[in-house]
Design a protein around this ligand. Sequence first.
Ligand code: ZN
Length: 342
Amino acid sequence: MRRTLFAAVLLSFSVLASACADNTAVTTVQRSYDSPAVQSTASAELRSAPKVINIKDTEKLTEDTVVEQGQTMYVREGGVLYIDTGVTLTLNGSLKVAEGGAVYIRGVLDMPEGSFFSCTGKTKIMSSGSILMGGTMWVNPAGLIKGSGSIHVLNAFDDIRCKGTVTAKIKAPEPVQIDGVTYIGGILLVNKEYSLPESYGDGLDSEAYTAYVRMKRASGYDMKIVSGFRSYTKQESTFAYWCSIDGEETASTYSARPGHSEHQTGLAMDITSLSQSYGKTAEGKWLAANCYKYGFIIRYPKGKTDITGYMYEPWHVRYLGASTAKLVHDSGLTLEEFLGVA
Ligand SMILES: [Zn+2]
């Protein structure tokens, strides 16, 4: 049974007050929700539930709790919120962790769509804990989310905007097919397993192109798009050509079958040179180190052929958007591993 958080905080006031009186730094708030007196207090106060629920000391949630829509639970400096094992904190409103505040998740922080979680302090997901991400999460500069539990992303990775550091393991949602196109957590995926319909795509994605222009300008190098959008029919003739030169088996390690080329998405570009030595040039090194800041990843890294299906291609970048590209970059994983399909 879920109860409103307001009832929980209201009940904790007297306990916290006495804790302050005897100077106890850490207080475990024991509550009984089953007494009729408590129930009536809760429902009476619910009508005038406060917009902000401040946590300035230690607060242990031992029962399922709800932060209502329009409500903000604010963990202030020195405040610590524990979500105990087996307990779910459902966030219909917002949860904010100020610098010097902390949240320890042993149970579940459930964030439905429309919810908002911002962290400038510290959030730790314990091994049994997890965050169900359907809403928006901000990790501000100096903010830290760390853990051995997991973050389950229910819709799109773009919901995680990270300026600080996230080191929790992210569990990807299941692949979803829309009109023959595969998305995982809102990310379009094309590889040897997942293909695009023949009719898909009509050019380079304008957002990806704008990002490329910004990246090129920032780099100071004359980065050229050697190959951008390639249609299904174009890929058909390209693949046939390479098969005639190298044979099908070899050709498929560097050239995609029609429908399986990431270039058909309009989100992939080959930059400057189709030579592996490009990775050793100053420009190639700059691209590898910085492209994520502009929303790109090096899609086929060195030594990952058995996962991506392609040899090392230091020139091939894939646009994901800056927040997702940072998550993938920081994870050190290939896109297949990041999306949980490796
Ligand atoms: Zn390419």
